[in-house]
Design a binder for this molecule. Structure first.
Ligand code: BTN
Length: 351
């Protein structure tokens, strides 16, 4: 549970702004919106009843159902109800309520356990789902990593997210999509944690010092040079305790919780990451990222100016990392002063 501060004293009547006036198909989301709007304070049962056009007894029974679904909702006879803590597993109604709170507008599919959220997004796109949409899971049995690797995905409050898009644009337009996502998510995580030790590692990782916090995997289907469907997947280590990982991985990863020293509100952080990722997609599609890419990457690059060893399928190259070029390729200055550019690598390490 990630707790909200205690808010017993002040009784707050929720603002009308930010709450859609109509009651949508999911009354749970509606109740949670009211509670989130007022958190950490209380919302009176009669206000909820009035807005939901139901009796106070019916409100009580709905609150009871939300509690059974894992939400900590405190009740006070005089003040009403307040959301005291978020569950550490995804709750579809709460994530939708957060979407509304921060102005996210896309469909969301929540799974307790799936093979891979990227695979799930692929199936949804194939079956005609409206895009953009978000797929979230509490754990993945076959999380996909880059270059056919596995992304170990334990339960315990991490983010396993895929966004599905139908861009229908020239492939060239989105060539730096993942790098731009990395820049924006890295910047956001720096603000969120207050740490400028969070950096990007080319091409698709986010690190804290030498430990990995997040990995990204973009998959696309292309037809006649046009990107028809695009899936952006990100695994972000948020709350899952080290013991949920195999020994070998424990040493090389970092979670937001251990960085900040307290359990993180999974739904709030995840909704914000989705907002950043949706915005980054639009910016790339509109060509807004192109001129900013190289400089912004350089400011966040974990490897910039460092001696590196680059391994590809047919060579190993030593040199100094010098960021990226406009195509998003990794730039290395060789000992003879020449530059070499890599579109993809098998391995990249500091030496
Ligand atoms: C990497 O660093 O190799 C990329 C890892 C990407 C993992 C995420 S978790 C959510 C989404 N679903 C997947 O199967 N993979 C991505």
């Amino acid at each position: 549970m990630s707790k909200y501060p205690s808010g017993k004293r002040k009784k707050v009547i929720p603002k009308k702004t930010g709450i859609r006036r109509e009651i949508d198909q999911d009354p749970n989301t509606f109740v949670l919106r009211l509670l989130l709007n007022a958190a950490p304070y209380y919302v009176s049962g009669s206000i909820i009843a009035q807005k939901l056009k139901m009796s106070r007894v019916a409100v009580w029974s709905r609150i009871d159902k939300l509690r059974k679904a894992g939400l900590t909702i405190e009740a006070s006879q005089n003040l009403g109800y307040r959301l005291a803590a978020e569950p550490n597993n995804f709750n579809a109604s709460l994530i939708r309520a957060w979407f509304d709170q921060i102005g996210n507008n896309c469909n969301v599919f929540v799974y307790d356990n799936t093979d891979s959220t990227n695979a799930e997004a692929e199936r949804l796109l194939t079956n005609g789902a409206n895009a953009p949409f978000a797929v979230l899971a509490n754990q993945q049995a076959h999380g996909r990593g880059r270059r056919g690797r596995k992304w170990f995905s334990p339960a315990g409050g991490n983010l396993y997210l895929s966004l599905g898009f139908r861009p229908d644009v020239q492939a060239l337009k989105l060539r730096n999509f993942t790098l731009w996502q990395g820049i924006n998510i890295c910047k956001f995580l720096r603000d969120f944690t207050g740490s400028d030790k969070i950096k990007v590692k080319w091409p698709n990782d986010i690190y804290y010092e030498d430990k990995k916090i997040a990995g990204m995997l973009t998959e696309a289907s292309i037809d006649c040079e046009r990107i028809k469907t695009l899936i952006f997947g990100i695994g972000l280590n948020i709350n899952a305790p080290a013991n949920n990982y195999p020994k070998k991985l424990k040493r090389s990863l970092m979670t937001i919780q251990s960085l900040m020293g307290n359990q993180i509100r999974l739904h709030e952080l995840s909704a914000m990451i989705i907002k950043i990722a949706l915005k980054s997609y639009i910016q790339t599609k509109n060509g807004e990222s192109e001129n900013l890419l190289i400089d912004q990457w350089q400011g966040l690059d974990a490897f910039y100016g460092k001696k590196v060893k680059v391994t590809t399928s047919n060579e190993t190259v030593l040199g100094r990392a010098e960021g990226i070029n406009i195509e998003g390729h990794f730039k290395v200055k060789l000992r003879n002063g020449r530059f070499k550019y890599f579109a993809s690598v098998e391995d990249l390490e500091k030496i």
